[in-house]
Design a protein around this ligand. Structure first.
Ligand code: SF4
Length: 356
C-alpha cells in the first residue's frame, strides 16, 4: 500500500535520496560540481517538494532505497515504483559558485538562503558546544555589520527571499559580543523589518550578559519588538536533564525554567503566533520529547520538531517509525492547547518533522 506523503518525508530524512545520472545532469552544478548546499548540518541536503505539498531536506545518499530520476522533463521520486513528481529547490548561484564579497570571503559566510528564507549569520562559529552541531567547529569571530549587509543585498538582488532569520552562533559571555549582536538586531530590524518579517534565533538573554531576571528579559524583548523584529526562536532542544547536560552543556547551565520564563514573556511581547522553540528528536526518549512539546504548548509557544542529523557514527538518525510516533502524539498535544506545530511557512518545514 502506498504511504502518505509525509511518511515519505520521514523516510527521506532517514534514508536520504539517490540522484540518477539523468537527474544529476539536469540540475545546476556548483563550483565543485555539487548540486546541493555545502552548509550547516541540518540544511545541507537537497530541498525537495513532493507533489507541491510536502517539503523535505533530503541528504544525498547513493545507497538510498529512494531515487530521483528525470523523465519527460520532470523529476520523479521512486522506490521500487514511481511515487510522485518532485520539485527541487537548488541553492542560489552565489552559494553554488562560492561567490565572494570584495573582502575575499564567501557570501555564504554571512548569509545563506533556503527556500524563501535568508539566514543572516552575524557570528562565525559559536561560543557554545552543543554536541549535535557543527557550527562550533568553525573559528569564532564577529563579522562586521557592513559585510553582513553587503552579503544581504547581494542575495536580495541576485536571488530574492520573503523572510529573514538572524541566527548563527551564540556570543561569548562578554559585554562587547552581546552588544555587537544587539546592534545587528537593531540595524537589520530598523532598516528592513517593515519590508520583511524577521525572526531572531537566540538563547534566553537580557541586554547584557548576566542580566537574566524576568524584567531583564522583558526589557530586551521589548527593545527587539521596537526595532521591528517579528518573532523569536529560543530552542529548548532537549527535555531530559542528564542528556541536556551531556549534549547542550551551556544551554543546560541556563536551565529549562529560564527558557520557559523567556518564552512566556516573549509570547506576551510578540504574540503567541511568533514564538517558536525547536526540540531535537532522536537523542532522547519519545516520552521526554513529548514532555517538551507539552511544556512549550502550555506556554503558548510553537514547538518545532527537528530530527537529529548524525554528526558522527555514534548515534543514528531517528527512525521513520519513531518520528511518526512523535509527530502524531505531538499533534494531539498541540491540538489540546490550540497550538499548531511549526514553523508556519511551508518551505521552512523542509528540515522539520511535520505533516507538510
Ligand atoms: S548554540 Fe546553536 S549554533 Fe551554537 S553550538 Fe549550539 S546549536 Fe550550534
Amino acid at each position: 500500500m502506498k504511504k502518505e506523503l509525509y511518511e515519505y518525508k520521514l523516510d527521506l530524512f532517514y534514508y536520504g535520496v539517490n540522484l540518477t545520472d539523468s537527474a544529476y545532469k539536469n540540475l545546476k552544478k556548483g563550483k565543485n560540481n555539487q548540486v546541493n548546499h555545502d552548509d550547516y548540518i541540518t540544511t545541507k541536503g537537497l530541498l525537495l517538494c513532493l507533489e507541491n505539498q510536502v517539503y523535505v531536506n533530503a541528504n544525498l545518499n547513493k545507497n538510498s532505497r529512494y531515487k530521483i530520476d528525470y523523465i519527460d522533463k520532470k523529476f520523479i521520486l521512486s522506490e521500487s515504483s514511481e511515487i510522485c513528481q518532485v520539485h527541487i529547490f537548488q541553492p542560489p548561484n552565489f552559494a553554488l559558485q562560492t561567490t565572494k564579497l570584495p573582502n575575499g570571503l564567501p557570501i555564504t559566510n554571512f548569509v545563506n538562503i533556503h527556500g524563501d528564507r535568508i539566514r543572516i549569520q552575524p557570528i562565525g562559529g559559536c561560543a557554545n558546544r552543543c554536541k549535535f552541531c557543527n557550527l562550533n567547529q568553525i573559528k569564532y569571530q564577529l563579522y562586521s555589520i557592513s559585510d553582513l549587509e553587503q552579503a544581504f543585498l547581494y542575495a536580495l538582488e541576485n536571488h530574492g527571499f520573503k523572510h529573514i532569520l538572524i541566527s548563527g552562533g551564540s556570543p561569548r559571555n562578554n559585554n562587547s559580543d552581546f552588544q555587537y549582536l544587539t546592534e545587528v538586531y537593531q540595524y537589520f530590524g530598523s532598516k528592513y523589518g517593515k519590508r520583511f518579517p524577521i525572526d531572531v534565533m537566540l538563547v534566553p538573554r537580557g541586554l547584557e550578559p548576566g542580566k537574566d531576571s524576568k524584567q531583564d528579559y522583558y526589557n530586551f524583548l521589548t527593545k527587539l519588538k521596537s526595532w521591528n523584529i517579528t518573532g523569536i526562536y529560543a530552542n529548548l532542544e532537549l527535555y531530559n536533564d542528564s542528556l541536556r547536560k551531556k549534549y547542550i552543556p551551556q544551554k543546560d547551565d541556563i536551565g529549562k525554567e529560564k527558557y520557559y520564563e523567556f518564552l512566556k514573556i516573549a509570547t506576551e511581547v510578540f504574540g503567541k503566533e511568533n514564538i517558536k522553540s525547536c526540540i531535537i528528536i532522536g537523542l532522547e526518549e519519545v516520552e521526554d520529547s513529548l514532555k517538551a512539546v507539552e511544556e512549550l504548548c502550555s506556554l503558548g509557544c510553537i514547538p518545532v520538531l527537528s530530527p537529529y542529523v548524525p554528526i558522527d557514527n555514534k548515534i543514528p538518525s531517528p527512525t521513520p517509525e519513531m518520528m511518526k510516533k512523535v509527530l502524531i502524539q505531538a499533534q494531539k498535544i498541540a491540538d489540546k492547547y490550540k497550538v499548531a506545530p511549526g514553523p508556519s511557512c511551508n518551505l521552512c518545514k523542509h528540515n522539520t518533522i511535520h505533516f507538510n
